[in-house]
Design a protein. Structure first.
Lengths: 740, 62
């Protein structure tokens, strides 16, 4: 995933909570008869079958075809576009969560098909030319006559030339592009070797000479195309993952008309000045000012604060925050590009420029490799001419040098390592979203963690509940069950754990920013802030709290904490053991950050950090020559995730953060961070080993080639064996044990 | 050596047949979902009637 463009940011700015299926009912122009759905929990063949069955059972559906690799289902209707709501509802009934895609945004994998076609053609040519070449090599030692050999060469030429012309195109076009930009990439020596070997061989065939290199040029293409296709596979998978995330975000909001009518509009049709209705539990799609209503807003994803903020008419609210308590009417001030979310996307884009300058290891190696190889071939050619050889022979030797130095270690082994690494990570629930992320992750030497939702679970928990008695907890939880406030929900969760079930009390009124009030026969019971209960103790509490007062009884305090992930301490220790010190950058209050840092024995921490401050800290680290890994989940982390050398997000993170991160990990543990780091480092070690193997091979083979001792048979053997050795070495990643 | 006159064309023809089959498979989208294809073979969807309820329960449900 390269960078979030403004168009993507616009999509992201839509927010996630509004229901996607509603969006599809306001059909956009240009949508065909086909509907594409993304089914998040399609995991096995059983799901595949269940999904197709559920959809095919609908009368309006002509065909439904699920794709397990991309987790998408293509549905065509019998007459016109099938209703997306019906499809989503049918899938929901079968137990699958589906969300519709905007079909216009889906690209087909034309590049992958082109590479596979080229691979098929070069494979066919390689097999048949090799068949003839082996006969010729055997014939050289025995009794093949001149005419038969000539015939075999001609047949080889007829097979190899069209095959090279077709299958070589991916390399030729890329080499041409590089030369046009006055650069050298790996494809320049590859193209040169293939073209030179083929044309010299043709000349030799016409001349009736003994040695031709048709087999070398087509097998070279075949091997390199395998590497190219594997590389493409990793990129395509990463791109699909990024797209799946991104496309889910095109949502909308309920707009209140002048006559009071309600209408659901996609986010791109909402304009400043409109009034939108945001129900409790919904995420805001736009920035605005509260026109009517009073509620609590969960800003955790924006600021990293674990406690919600109270809003009243006139307060500014931002896209991406979640309305917790009461429905709000919001006057839209800004949409799309103008929202805070889009603003953050812009900071992100700027921060990402840094990363897009990253050059992959193979490309870095190619910078030195390509000129070196060209120089050697040139020296061989000139040297032999000077030594008095015929120009045809000199050219033949130069071609042999180019063939023998073919960068298979770079072009084949590196993609193999990446494919194995990506599938290994995926099995551990870690999604890799960018192809060069693995290399960047292997280089990091310090880690920066966000607190809320990353080191912690992002969920408040009741503490010291031993001192509380069951009846008090039950009474408080019964009131709390009426609210969506995080503290109230945490109280209900704690009560459910201890008492089994909680019945919601009746006659409870929620007063946003204060608490809950319940009228009992003997008076009013209150559950809320200390200030509202008149219990001002003159000091700010370190942890979030709720007070509960019933008529005639002393008030009770419930204290909460955002508990750390179970293995957070262990994970940070293990990171330190691997030479990666951690620090905390949080948007939360100082007290909360300090207590988390103390619990985790992290020395460096900073509290109340905004997106810009987080980037500043990362830049400072980079100035010191460090390469930081950023792990975060909030919207306020998104720019930092984009700016860091490598980044990871839990799957519970804000949409835009998941878009920005290189890796997304699932589950309630931090150990995936370690697993990813280990796999990345191991991949790098294997790549380096392969470079060394290739280096040794070249040291032996190049002098032989330059001295003119390399016959087509030796070239074919050397090339295949070196490719096989590096590939087998790369595959060791699959069998290597889990270090933990 | 006379055998070559028909052996070589035969080898090439068979090779081209394989290549043609591969290109056709590619064009008809059989390489779009390798994971799904590996699973699909386990299910017998040819019969029009829905499979017995019992079998459905054995399927993985998320």
């Amino acid at each position: 995933m390269g960078q979030v463009t403004t168009a993507e940011a616009k999509l992201v700015a839509g927010g996630g909570a509004a229901k996607g299926e509603d969006r599809a009912t306001t059909a956009l122009p240009g949508e065909g008869k086909e509907v594409v759905l993304f089914v998040e929990n399609m995991r096995c063949g059983g799901c595949l079958r269940g999904i197709e069955r559920a959809l095919n059972a609908l009368p309006s559906v002509a065909t439904a075809r699920a794709n397990l690799t991309t987790k998408r289902v293509r549905v065509t209707g019998k007459a016109g576009t099938p209703s997306t709501e019906a499809l989503v509802a049918a899938l929901a009934e079968a137990g699958y969560t589906a969300r519709p895609f905007d079909t216009r945004l889906i690209e087909t994998d034309e590049e992958g098909r082109r590479l596979l076609r080229a691979l098929g053609v070069s494979g066919f040519a390689a097999a048949n030319v090799m068949l003839l070449s082996v006969a010729v090599w055997a014939g050289l030692a025995s009794d093949m006559d001149y005419a038969t050999r000539g015939l075999f060469h001609w047949i080889s030429a007829l097979i190899a030339m069209p095959a090279v012309a077709y299958a070589g195109q991916p390399f030729f076009t890329s080499a041409l592009q590089a030369i046009r930009h006055r650069r050298l990439n790996m494809d320049v020596p590859i193209s040169l070797a293939v073209i030179l070997a083929t044309s010299v061989s043709l000349y030799q065939t016409v001349r009736g000479a003994d040695d031709v290199y048709f087999d070398a040029s087509v097998t070279l293409l075949f091997f390199l195309l395998i590497g190219r296709y594997l590389d493409h596979l990793v990129r395509a998978k990463a791109r699909d993952a990024a797209q799946n995330l991104l496309l889910l975000r095109a949502t909308g909001a309920t707009v209140v008309g002048a006559d009071g009518s309600l209408q659901f509009l996609p986010v791109e049709r909402i304009a400043a000045g409109m009034t939108v209705l945001v129900a409790a539990g919904e995420q805001l799609p736009v920035d605005g000012v509260v026109a009517e209503g009073q509620s609590s807003m969960d800003t955790a994803l924006i600021t990293g604060e674990s406690l919600p903020a109270t809003v009243t008419p006139g307060d500014k609210v931002f896209a991406g925050t979640v309305n917790l308590a009461e429905p709000l009417r919001i006057q839209v001030t800004q949409v799309g590009e103008g929202t805070l979310l889009a603003e953050i996307a812009r900071i992100m884009e700027a921060a990402e420029q840094n990363r897009s300058r990253y050059v992959r290891m193979a490309d870095r190696a190619a910078r030195y490799y390509s000129p070196g190889v060209h120089l050697l071939a040139l020296i061989a050619f000139v040297g032999w001419i000077v030594a008095g050889a015929a120009w045809q022979d000199a050219l033949m030797i130069a071609a042999a040098v180019l063939i023998i130095t073919c960068p298979c270690a770079l072009a084949l082994a590196v993609p193999v390592v990446q494919v194995v690494a990506a599938s290994r990570l995926l099995r551990q629930g870690i999604l890799m979203k960018s192809a060069d992320a693995l290399e960047r992750l292997a280089e990091i030497d310090c880690a920066v963690f966000d607190k809320t939702g990353t080191l912690t679970r992002g969920e408040l928990q009741l503490i010291d509940d031993q001192d509380l008695n069951d009846s008090e907890l039950a009474a408080a939880a019964a009131m709390a069950a009426n609210s969506k406030h995080p503290l109230a929900r945490a109280l209900v969760r704690a009560a459910q754990q201890r008492l089994g079930s909680v019945t919601a009390a009746t006659d409870v009124v929620e007063l946003p920013g204060r608490g809950l009030s319940r009228s009992l026969p003997e008076g009013e019971a209150r559950l809320g802030s200390a200030a509202w209960l008149g219990l001002d103790q003159g000091r700010e509490s370190d942890s979030p709290e709720l007070w509960f007062a019933r008529p005639g009884q002393p008030p009770i305090r419930f204290a909460f904490e955002d508990a750390l992930r179970d293995d957070a301490t262990q994970a940070l220790q293990d990171l330190a053991k691997r030479g990666v010190p951690a620090e905390i950058l949080s948007g939360d209050r100082f007290g909360a950050v300090r207590s988390a840092a103390t619990a985790l024995s992290v020395e460096r921490f900073a509290a109340e950090q905004g997106p810009a401050a987080k980037i500043a800290r990362l830049e400072c680290l980079e100035k010191e020559g460090r390469l930081p890994l950023m792990v975060g989940d909030g919207l306020n982390d998104a720019p930092a995730l984009a700016a860091a050398h490598a980044s990871m997000s839990p799957s519970s993170a804000a949409d835009i953060s998941q878009t920005a991160a290189d890796f997304i990990f699932q589950g309630s543990h931090l150990s995936p961070v370690l697993e990813a780091l280990d796999v990345a480092r191991r991949s790098r070690a294997l790549a380096v080993q392969n470079f060394i193997l290739a280096g040794v091979y070249n040291v032996v083979a190049i002098p032989l080639a330059m001295a003119g001792y390399v016959t087509p048979l030796i070239a074919a053997l050397a090339m295949s064996s070196s490719s096989i050795v590096v590939t087998l070495n790369a595959l060791r990643l699959r069998s290597s044990r889990d270090p933990s | 050596m006379e055998a070559l006159i028909y052996l070589i064309p035969a080898a090439l023809f068979l090779g081209l047949l394989g290549l043609g089959a591969f290109l056709w498979a590619l064009k008809s989208g059989q390489f779009e979902d390798l994971q799904g294809a590996a699973e699909r073979i386990l299910y017998d969807d040819d019969d029009e009637e829905p499979a017995p309820k019992q079998k459905d329960d054995a399927d993985h449900k998320p």
